[in-house]
Design a protein. Structure first.
Length: 489
C-alpha cells in the first residue's frame, strides 16, 4: 500500500466511506435514485395512458364516426407492439437500451399526438399503431436497463416498483380521463400525456448514459426480426377475422394462423411449449398466468351486471382490490429472505390465481353475496404479484450478459400471446354456451347469458392456472443458465 492509499490519506478515506455505503444501498439510494424514479415515472405514465385511453376510446370512436373500427383501435396497438418487442430486444442486445428506450418513448408520444389530433377514425387507428411500436420498444428496453444497471440483489425490488407504479394510475386514470373527456374534450386525454413524459426522461438520462457499453458488435438478427413481423401480421389477420362471423372470415384466419404458429415456434426459446426446464418454462408461465387471469377478468364485469344487477361502475370497482394486492404480492417477492424460495412463491401464486378464478364462479349461486367477487380478486391479484414479478427476476437471472433484450422480448411476447389466446378461448366458450346474444334480441328481458356460460369460462381459466402451477415445478434449469437457441420446440 502506498502512502497515497493509506488510511491516513483523507482522499482515500473519503473514497472508502463513499464506496461501502453504496454497496448496501437500495433502489432509492444515492446511486440508483434518479434511475429508479425515472423508470417508475415512465411506467406510471404508460399505465395512466392504458387506463385513461380505455375510458376515452368510446367517446373518440363516436366523435370520429368510426364505431365499426373500434376494435381495431385496440388491436393496432397490440399487433404493432408484438413486432416492436422483438426489434427492441435485438436492438438492446447490440447497442444497449438507451437508443431503443428513447426511440420508443418518442414513438409512443408521436402516436398519442396522431391519435389525439385525428380527424378520421383510420388516422386514430394509425396513431394507436405507432403507440404500439413505442410501447413495445419501451417495455423491453426497461427490462434490459434493470438487468444491466442494478445488481441481482436489487432486481426483485425494482420489479416490485414496476407493479406499484401501476396502482395509482389504474385507480385515478379512468376518473381523470372521464372528467377531462366530459369537461374539456377526449382529445386532451391523448395530447396531454406526451408533455408529462419530458420530466422523467430528463431525470433518468444521466444515469442511463453511465450504463456499461455492450461488448457485442454483431448486427441484429434479421431472421428474428422477420419472424416477429410474421407474428404481428398473423395476429393482425386473426384479429381481423374475429370481427366477422361470415364464412369468408376463415380465409384471413387461416392465413393468420399459417403465419403465426410456425413463427412463434421459432421466435420463443426452444422447448417453450413443452415446458423445458429453466428459461423456456419461465417464458411459458408468463403467458399462462397473464392469459388465465385476463381471460377470467374480462367476463367478471359482464357477469356482475347481467347476473347480479350491479352498475357498470360497481362492477369495475370490484376488480380494484386486485390491483392493490398485485402490488402487495410483488412487494412480498422482493424480500431478501424469500429469495431462496422464489420458485415456491410462484407455485403459491398460481394456486392462488386458480382458487380466485374458481371462487368467482360461486357468485352465480343464489345466496352468495356479490362482494365475494371482490374478495376473490383480492386473492388473485396477490397471486399475480407473486408470479409475474418473480418471473421477471428469474428471466434476468437465467439470461447471459448481452441477451437480456431478446429474452425480455420473449417474455413480453408470451404475455401478449397468452392474453389474446386465452381471452379468445373464453370468448369462444362463452358464445358456444349461449352467451353471445346480438342484435335486437340483446335488449330483450331474457337476453341475459345463461349462468353456465360464465361458469364454464371461469372454471376453464382456473384449470389453465392449475396447469401453470405444474409449470412452476420446472423453472429451475438442470444445467448452468444458458440461452437456448430459438429454433422451435
Amino acid at each position: 500500500m502506498t502512502a497515497a492509499e493509506s488510511p491516513a490519506d483523507p482522499t482515500a478515506a473519503s473514497r472508502v466511506a463513499r464506496t461501502v455505503p453504496e454497496a448496501a444501498q437500495g433502489v432509492l439510494g444515492r446511486r440508483y435514485r434518479a434511475l429508479t424514479l425515472g423508470i417508475i415515472s415512465v411506467v406510471s405514465l404508460i399505465a395512466f395512458e392504458a387506463s385513461a385511453v380505455n375510458t376515452a376510446m368510446p367517446v373518440a370512436a363516436h366523435a370520429l364516426d368510426g364505431i365499426e373500427l373500434y376494435a381495431f383501435a385496440f388491436s393496432a396497438y397490440f399487433t404493432a407492439s408484438l413486432f416492436a418487442m422483438t426489434l427492441s430486444g435485438e436492438w438492446c442486445d447490440r447497442a444497449g437500451p438507451l437508443i431503443p428506450l428513447f426511440t420508443g418513448i418518442a414513438a409512443f408520444g408521436t402516436g398519442l399526438v396522431v391519435a389525439g389530433s385525428a380527424q378520421r377514425m383510420w388516422m386514430f387507428v394509425a396513431g394507436r399503431g405507432v403507440q404500439g411500436l413505442g410501447g413495445g420498444l419501451v417495455i423491453v428496453a426497461l427490462y434490459v436497463v434493470v438487468g444491466r444497471a442494478y445488481p441481482e440483489r436489487l432486481r426483485p425490488s425494482v420489479m416490485a416498483a414496476f407493479s406499484a407504479a401501476w396502482v395509482l394510475p389504474v385507480i385515478v386514470g379512468p376518473l381523470v380521463a372521464g372528467a377531462v373527456t366530459e369537461q374539456l374534450n377526449w382529445r386532451w386525454v391523448f395530447l396531454s400525456i406526451p408533455v408529462l413524459v419530458l420530466l422523467p426522461l430528463a431525470v433518468m438520462l444521466p444515469a442511463l448514459r453511465k450504463l456499461p457499453a455492450d461488448e457485442r458488435t454483431a448486427g441484429m438478427d434479421r431472421r428474428r426480426i422477420l419472424l416477429a413481423l410474421a407474428v404481428a401480421a398473423g395476429a393482425g389477420l386473426l384479429q381481423f377475422a374475429a370481427q366477422d362471423i361470415a364464412w369468408t372470415a376463415l380465409v384471413p384466419a387461416a392465413a393468420g394462423l399459417a403465419l403465426l404458429a410456425p413463427s412463434i415456434l421459432r421466435l420463443l426459446p426452444r422447448g417453450t411449449f413443452r415446458a423445458a426446464r429453466g428459461l423456456p418454462s419461465v417464458v411459458l408461465l408468463r403467458g399462462i398466468a397473464a392469459g388465465a387471469f385476463l381471460g377470467a377478468e374480462s367476463f367478471i364485469p359482464l357477469m356482475l351486471v347481467t347476473e347480479r344487477g350491479l352498475s357498470a361502475t360497481m362492477a369495475g370497482l370490484s376488480l380494484t382490490g386486485g390491483g392493490l394486492t398485485w402490488a402487495l404480492g410483488s412487494y412480498t417477492q422482493s424480500r431478501t429472505r424469500l429469495e431462496p424460495y422464489r420458485e415456491r412463491l410462484m407455485s403459491l401464486g398460481m394456486v392462488l390465481i386458480a382458487a380466485a378464478i374458481a371462487l368467482v364462479s360461486t357468485a352465480l349461486i343464489d345466496g352468495v353475496p356479490a362482494w365475494a367477487v371482490a374478495v376473490s380478486w383480492i386473492i388473485g391479484g396477490y397471486g399475480m404479484g407473486l408470479t409475474i414479478s418473480s418471473g421477471s427476476v428469474l428471466l434476468l437471472k437465467l439470461s447471459r450478459p448481452g441477451e437480456e433484450g431478446s429474452n425480455g422480448a420473449s417474455l413480453q411476447i408470451s404475455d401478449a400471446l397468452g392474453n389474446i389466446t386465452l381471452v379468445g378461448v373464453s370468448g369462444v366458450l362463452f358464445v358456444a354456451l349461449g352467451g353471445g346474444t346480438t342484435g335486437a334480441d340483446a335488449h330483450a328481458p331474457d337476453a341475459a347469458a345463461p349462468p353456465a356460460a360464465f361458469t364454464v369460462v371461469f372454471l376453464t381459466m382456473a384449470a389453465v392456472a392449475l396447469a401453470g402451477a405444474y409449470v412452476t415445478t420446472r423453472l429451475k434449469p438442470q444445467v448452468a443458465p444458458a440461452r437456448e437457441e430459438s429454433e422451435g420446440v
